[in-house]
Design a protein around this ligand. Structure first.
Ligand code: MN
Length: 709
């Protein structure tokens, strides 16, 4: 690294090259302050710490940033690492520099977090900092770039963590902000440290391919140049190499080998006007045959990060495919510098963020983060927002929207507004009604049809692709299920109270609240929800209000709700989501009936289950079901045993159950004053046959009074 060490004089030379009247004194002062602050510190490899802020400032000077940014870069670690304060910096360097250093100090803590939640939190912080002043994030990026370049000095675990974070968070933001060169650097450096062997292999193969095809590409370049000259069109023609991580991604995505990647090498033509771009493309297509489907016009419709270029692939002179990118000087600058171009040093020192789509993207993102309850969902949204494969569609008003490939009218509706998503009932594409699961195509004009009386359906989750739509639908369903569960819970409890000749007025009583607390829920509403969802049975609640507590209650309270399983069918519909009811614990072989719950699939009951009476209040929700027993799967079943209370009875019963290879999931026993033992089992059985055989065995044991399910 020693050769790359930047001195303050190097930095000043760089700055003067693009800004003759730059405030060099400010930079010298910042350098001296920073050197003193870091005087006792070294980088991990042993070099003086000041090399790091100098390197960071140099990266920013290469991006032609203003001296305020560069001074802040020189000072970015001083408050974090020394006794210097933001106040000192304000006094010495003014408000702007102090503001930037302060923001960076706050951000610096984020590098030490690992969990996804924390990562999402970091992301929020970055966005907020960025919204205040984009220069904060540009310095942060430069800081990360220098750290990535010197990552080899860190222990492996730390290296991998930082590289993963760079790939997951920094690269997508940089891509979205349009800083092409930095995205490439972040991706390749991360790739190098995360998958070193693969990185080396791909880099080696790229070099080899370059060597092999050098002559061939030169031939193509010369031919294009000659033709442009004939037609009197300006154009700089050069060959380019796709970056390693880009190739790796392509191999992964298309499941192909390096040898099958056609556009490792390509040609870029930079010309003077938009019109020339199209003319040049025409010339190339007349020289060689274009590959169908490979022509992309990002000039007509720019990518969401403002990238503009024409792309086309042709069958070159020797039958090899060659990819061309054609763009203007200005488009090339946007492709490389993105948002940074707006922050470049300008003669009058004024920055132009007017008309910057990056800024409006940022604002939208920050707005949307307020709506996300879950930080993880938010991170997914952001990652989702940077998926490069997009389709462009038009609203009836002619506004253009970009959405990930595979998006449906529902995705579009949610991207316009949450309420439009919720109320969406249909869509028209070019005047024709399409299904909601229709996959949008480039250029579609899409009209969303809404209805006030409508809400999203769980089915939508099967076809929407944007995170935004997914999380909004889930939120809605959650809220809706809750409302319906409260209603259902109240109705079920009322019915149970009535059965015991108790008044509905009980429902809101303190006693019920006590019962709720005893059952582990904190409010009446929670209790109703739990009953409505079937987490707590109404009998459990009402039994607690009654003087005595039969064994059924004890057992069902302790039985964990069985996990969701598959393998039953309803009128021939396979693989629906179901639970077995924990009031009757049906097993294959029983006569069954299904109860459609709100949002939690179907609960399977034994036809004899006494709860069905109550559930039948909503006849429409009862369905015929058929159980297809599968292999060795076991199901929970309940047995209630009454026995003469004598020593050893419990041990005998357990041994008997185990001897027939049945697992006991739960066991609970109590005895009454008249010396009767009540024993409740939750067992895991294969089917009714096995259970019946076991019941007979238990019944024949000495001292057993009664066995029932
Ligand atoms: Mn730093």
């Amino acid at each position: 690294m020693a050769d790359d060490v930047i001195t303050i004089d190097d930095l000043i030379r760089k700055v003067l090259s693009y800004s003759h009247d730059a405030d060099i004194e400010l930079l010298r002062k910042a350098y001296i302050f920073s050197s003193e602050a870091h005087i006792r510190q070294t980088r991990i490899e042993g070099s003086p710490y000041i090399e790091h802020p100098l390197a960071v400032a140099a990266i920013l000077a290469d991006m032609r940033m203003d001296t305020t940014t560069l001074a802040a870069a020189l000072l970015h670690d001083t408050v974090e690492d020394s006794s210097a304060t933001v106040k000192d910096i304000k006094t010495l360097f003014g408000n702007d520099v102090a503001f930037l250093v302060n923001a960076l100090t706050k951000l610096s803590k984020m590098e030490f977090m690992t969990k996804e939640e924390a990562q999402a939190e970091n992301f929020r912080k970055m966005l907020l900092a960025m919204a205040e002043d984009v220069r904060v994030i540009l310095i942060k990026f430069a800081d990360r770039l220098h750290n990535m370049k010197t990552l080899e000095h860190l222990p492996e675990s730390k290296r991998k963590r930082i590289a993963a974070e760079t790939l997951d968070i920094y690269a997508p933001i940089v891509n979205r902000l349009g800083i092409g060169w930095l995205k490439t650097e972040f991706e390749d450096l991360s790739f190098k440290f995360l998958l070193p062997e693969l990185y080396n292999e791909i880099t080696r193969k790229i070099a080899k391919r370059k060597e092999e095809q050098e002559g061939y590409l030169r031939e193509v370049v010369e031919e294009v140049q000659k033709k442009l000259k004939e037609e009197n069109i300006t154009g700089k023609v050069s060959s380019r190499v796709k970056h390693s991580y880009g190739i790796y991604q392509k191999m992964q995505k298309q499941q192909i080998t390096f040898e099958q990647v056609h556009d490792v090498l390509g040609i870029r033509i930079i010309t003077d006007s938009k019109a020339s771009c199209y003319t040049i493309m025409g010339i190339i297509h007349s020289l060689w045959t274009p590959v169908p489907g490979r022509f992309k016009d990002y000039i007509g419709v720019a990518k969401s990060n403002m990238y503009q270029s024409l792309h086309t692939t042709v069958i070159g002179p020797k039958g090899e495919r060659v990819e061309f990118q054609i763009r203007t000087e200005e488009m090339n600058r946007v492709a490389e510098d993105g948002i940074a171009s707006h922050w470049r040093y300008k003669e009058k020192g004024a920055f132009n963020e007017k008309d910057s789509r990056y800024i409006s993207w940022l604002r939208e993102l920050i707005q949307s983060q307020k709506e996300f309850a879950d930080a993880k969902d938010f991170l997914e949204e952001v990652k989702g927002a940077v998926v490069p494969d997009v389709v462009y569609v038009f609203t009836p008003k002619g506004d253009i929207k970009d959405l990930p490939v595979g998006s449906t009218p529902v995705d579009l509706a949610y991207s316009i507004h949450t309420q439009i998503g919720h109320r969406c009932v249909g869509a028209k594409v070019s005047g024709k009604i399409v299904p909601l699961r229709y996959q949008l195509k480039n250029g579609d004009t899409v009209e969303i049809i809404t209805s006030q009386a409508h809400g999203p359906s769980r089915d939508w989750l099967k076809f929407v692709v944007t995170q935004r739509a997914k999380s909004r639908i889930k939120q809605w369903i959650k809220a809706e299920e809750r409302t319906q569960s409260v209603e259902l819970g109240i109705r079920l409890l009322e019915a149970e109270l009535k059965k015991h000749n108790m008044s509905n007025a009980m429902m809101k009583s303190d006693e019920v609240l006590e019962v709720a607390k005893a059952l582990g829920v904190n409010s009446l509403e929670e209790l109703f929800v739990s009953v409505g969802f079937g987490k707590i049975s109404p009998q459990q609640v009402v039994n607690k209000l009654l003087p005595e507590k039969p064994v059924e209650e004890i057992v069902s309270k302790h039985a964990k709700p069985p996990a969701e399983q598959k393998g039953i069918s309803i009128k021939g519909i396979d693989d629906i989501l179901y639970h077995t009811a924990k009031c009757c614990f049906p097993v294959p072989g029983d006569n069954l009936v299904g109860f459609i719950t709100r949002g939690k699939g179907v609960t399977i009951h034994n036809k004899k289950c006494h709860n069905l009476e109550r559930l039948a209040i909503d006849d429409a929700r009862l369905v015929e079901v058929e159980w297809k027993q599968e292999g060795e799967t076991t199901y929970p079943a309940r047995l209630l045993v009454e026995a003469v209370d004598k020593p050893g009875i419990l041990a005998n019963l357990s041994a008997l159950v185990s001897s027939v290879n049945v697992n006991i999931r739960h066991l609970e026993a109590s005895s009454t004053p008249d010396k009767t033992a009540h024993i409740g089992f939750i067992l895991e059985v294969k089917d009714k046959k096995q259970l019946t055989a076991l019941i007979q065995k238990i019944a024949s044991v000495d001292g057993i009074l009664r066995v029932k399910r």
